[in-house]
Design a protein around this ligand. Structure first.
Ligand SMILES: Cc1ncc(C[n+]2csc(CCOP(=O)(O)OP(=O)(O)O)c2C)c(N)n1
Length: 290
């Protein structure tokens, strides 16, 4: 039998029957998917035990294109789906890839509480500073003064600093890269896949069709050149002190890398140590013996 010669380097990792994808030319998502698949492969995890969950949006489509057990869920609810999956099957590595609107607007509550609980999830937020799929409405990441379809006179709202928020909520791992730092993204994905606890990665990604067009940012290539000019790497930076704006520095790095008990470990510990001595538990055992 002849060996199969792949026609595309990523063919073994993608659902080629779903191609062509819906993403615009110069969107950062294509390279990010490649970096993600290479990172999990380098981590050496069994891809049959990796589940990928997305919400809704351009980024939400990632789940539909990768050859993994993947779930394209409802808007903002990727983290609850992922939490359920992880708690039902501790053998799974569960990753979430979704947009800044999905994870921090409608899904913001889920994100902070999953981080607080140190739920064992790898969450990758592709931040294009806007709601891409629905035509460029303001997101909680849209920089002050930026134009969007719901901010025709410029945005008056202070945006969230995603890495600051994820760190303050209790994440075990927090990193930020741009879509230009593909090797760094790949390395972070590998680290996250091997690590326990709530891991968060923000990837700044070009949206030439909506965000740049409304803000005269040029083409996708112009945006990548802008990231090159504005980004720096400082792993020791305080994530609270590195918010993003329209033209300031984009500080990248791995800002948090801690070890602490996960939610599932606390459940396990609680059951063996305390719950078994609890009067209700003892009574319950007695009732069952009758
Ligand atoms: C409950 C609900 N509300 C609103 C929408 C419409 N909607 C679809 S995607 C989206 C925003 C996506 O923005 P983001 O998460 O930043 O992803 P992007 O498309 O930029 O990758 C919205 C508001 C929806 N699908 N469901």
């Amino acid at each position: 039998m002849q060996n199969k010669i792949p026609t595309h380097p990523m063919e073994d990792y993608l659902r080629m029957d779903r191609m062509p994808h819906i993403w615009c030319p110069s969107c950062g998502l294509g390279s990010i998917v490649t970096a993600f698949m290479k990172g999990v492969k380098n981590a050496g995890i069994d891809l049959n035990k990796l589940a990928l969950v997305s919400g809704i949006g351009c980024t939400g489509r990632v789940a539909g294109y990768v050859k993994l057990d993947s779930y394209h869920t409802t808007h903002g609810r990727a983290i609850p789906f992922a939490t359920g999956m992880k708690m039902a099957n501790q053998d799974l590595t569960v990753a979430v890839i979704s947009g800044d609107g999905d994870l921090f607007a409608i899904g913001g509550n889920h994100l902070i509480h999953a981080a607080r609980r140190n739920m064992d999830l790898n969450v990758i937020c592709v931040n294009n500073f806007i709601y891409g799929m629905t035509g460029g409405q303001n997101a909680p990441t849209t920089p002050l003064g930026a134009y969007s379809s719901t901010a025709p006179y410029g945005n008056y709202e202070q945006p969230f600093n995603l890495v600051g928020l994820a760190a303050a909520a209790g994440s075990s791992y927090v990193a930020r890269w741009t879509a230009l730092h593909l090797q760094r993204i790949q390395d972070s994905i590998e680290e996250m896949a091997k690590k326990k606890g709530f891991c968060f990665l923000e990837i700044i990604s070009p949206c030439a069709t909506v965000f740049a067009r409304k803000n005269k940012g040029g083409t996708g290539l112009d945006l990548l050149q802008d990231y090159k000019r504005r980004s720096s790497i400082d792993h020791n930076a305080d994530p609270q002190k590195i918010p993003l704006d329209m033209d300031g520095e984009i500080v990248c790095g791995v800002f948090v890398n801690d070890e602490k008990p996960t939610f599932a470990e606390n459940v396990e510990k609680g059951t063996s140590r305390k719950v078994k001595e609890h009067p209700l538990y003892v009574q319950d055992r007695k009732d069952q013996e009758v």
